[in-house]
Design a protein. Sequence first.
Length: 183
Amino acid sequence: MSPQRPPRPEESSIFDGIRFRLPEPPIRHLPMTRAEMESRGWDEVDVVFVTGDAYVDHPSFAMALLGRLLEAAGFRVAILAQPNWRSADPWRTFGRPRLFFAVSAGNMDSMINHYTANKKVRNDDAYSPGGEIGRRPDRATLAYCQRAREAYPGTPVVAGGWRPLSGGSRTTTTGATRCVARS
């Protein structure tokens, strides 16, 4: 077992200066409806996480983990899980987010979730209630970003996850038109 390296003075964290607070018991899941948002006494949210997965409040799900992290830093966070992508109405559930929409297809890429390696349609969805298929579109991140922009033009959209671009580098999209590839 190797000893841990002490931090160098020039190293800093993106969380320097942020005080995290633990939620008051009983710990409630992040709001998924307007009624749940209003039961917390909120009239708006800072961030709306849009995900292609069913909402599971567990650290193996990125939206729950990131949502809890932002909540502990004092932000108001809501979850829009498996919205109907054929209309922008679900994106209006919480009103315009004060900061941005955070979008992801979910734990598994939507195309892998829908099709086998032999391009056959899968019989179930591993991240939907009851394994029900058809609760997310092909290329879900693109569809969700489009609906967010349609619901509230000008609101920043942050899309995260892995996408094959230039040999599989990570991509992050912010705003309506910018795309930055990071290695």
